[in-house]
Design a protein around this ligand. Structure first.
Ligand code: SF4
Ligand code: SF4
Length: 359
């Protein structure tokens, strides 16, 4: 990693040049919610003035640039009694500006699943390697809990990361491409004062979290609480809409379907993001549904986020952005569900009689 500082005016020139020369996306206000707060999303930008650098958090995550909601995996063309399959892995270069540390951590987790596993996804790889990621730090929202999962800072997974130290940005340069782009702009080695400001900035961010979720031993608590009534309680509220998984930066479950052209001369195989909360997620051929109850479906989303992956890859895949909690129409959120599970466990512990006095 190489560290530099850049004045904010020079930074704007750098970003402006970058977005004018490349297909770029950055945070933009798209609407206001019922509480009259701005709603931000990653949208196309063509100049630095389009970008809201002081945005809070986007409602959807940046995952959709790498895992589109619907993606064509291949095309088939039929001739006589034979067919040809056409597969394209290319992706156009894209610049993504303004990802928060938890968003970048989420990409690192998707990398583990989709690149570092036994069957790497060439579709994901093409998009990931052609995307120039610029991260930016921020003060957490009152309900962010990424610090509880140690995702409030990030040191890999981006090309360039910018920390706001007042008059300047403190740049962490993590790729030769970022270094080359920046060579045409005026940057400096960080001074002792800049390093001090950077340390203060990190401390301020760390001390600004208002929400904490205790995730220690959560994978084993989930094992113990498999039959807990907590799942029925929260499941009764769930609308099975799948919104939580759609906005989540790390939910990656998908379905695959095939469509024939109306003239039967061609067909396509498509991948579509899916959610384990949807009613038909566990339906198999013959119509049997392995998870017919709301509570079971909700439970499996939490098991995937906090247990299954932790067992295989030694980390929970939730990054603590609370997008799912904000988007859920019935108020189901990780903090409330996890706290309920902990209380279940603790009340069990208090039920256990103390060890008999051996004296
Ligand atoms: S967003 Fe809420 S209601 Fe919709 S599926 Fe997720 S938990 Fe259920
Ligand atoms: S807080 Fe919710 S949306 Fe964010 S990573 Fe965790 S499960 Fe996904």
């Amino acid at each position: 990693m190489i560290y530099k500082v850049i004045s904010k005016s020079e930074f704007r020139k750098f970003i402006d040049a970058l977005v004018r020369q490349n297909t770029s996306f950055g945070p933009r206000q798209v609407d206001r919610n019922t509480a009259d707060e701005p709603i931000y999303q990653f949208m196309p930008v063509s100049s630095v003035d389009d970008i809201e650098f002081d945005y809070t958090l986007t409602t959807s995550s940046a995952k959709h640039f790498f895992l589109p909601f619907r993606d064509q995996l291949s095309r088939f063309s039929f001739q006589n009694s034979d067919f040809e399959q056409h597969v394209a892995y290319e992706a156009d270069p894209v610049v993504l500006i303004g990802l928060r540390p938890c968003d970048i951590s989420a990409l690192n987790i998707l990398d583990d699943v989709l690149l570092n596993g036994r069957y790497p996804s060439p579709y994901y790889l093409a998009k990931r390697k052609n995307t120039f990621v610029i991260g930016m730090d921020h003060l957490p929202l009152p309900d962010c809990f990424c610090k509880s999962l140690a995702h409030h800072t990030v040191s890999t997974g981006f090309n360039l990361f910018c920390s706001d130290i007042g008059e300047k940005y403190y740049l962490s340069i993590n790729s030769s491409k970022a270094f080359t782009y920046l060579e045409e702009f005026q940057t400096e080695e960080p001074s002792c004062e800049d390093n001090c400001l950077m340390t203060r900035r990190r401390k301020l961010i760390s001390e600004s979290f208002r929400t904490e979720v205790d995730v220690t031993s959560l994978p084993s608590i989930l094992d113990i609480e498999f039959e807990s009534p907590v799942w029925d309680k929260w499941g009764a509220k769930c609308l099975n809409c799948g919104t939580c998984a759609m906005v989540c930066p790390t939910c990656y479950c998908y379905s695959v379907d095939e469509h024939f052209d109306i003239d039967l001369k061609g067909a396509s195989r498509n991948r579509q993001l899916y959610s384990c909360n949807l009613v038909d997620f566990a339906v198999v051929a013959g119509g049997h549904n392995f998870r017919p109850k709301n509570g079971d479906r909700l439970k499996y989303r939490y098991y995937h986020q906090h247990r299954g992956f932790a067992e295989n890859a030694n980390q929970q895949i939730c990054v603590g952005c609370n997008r799912c909690g904000r988007a859920c129409l019935t108020g189901i959120n990780p903090k409330a569900v996890i706290n309920d599970l902990r209380m279940e466990k603790e009340s069990c512990m208090t039920c256990v009689s103390p060890s008999p006095d051996r004296t």
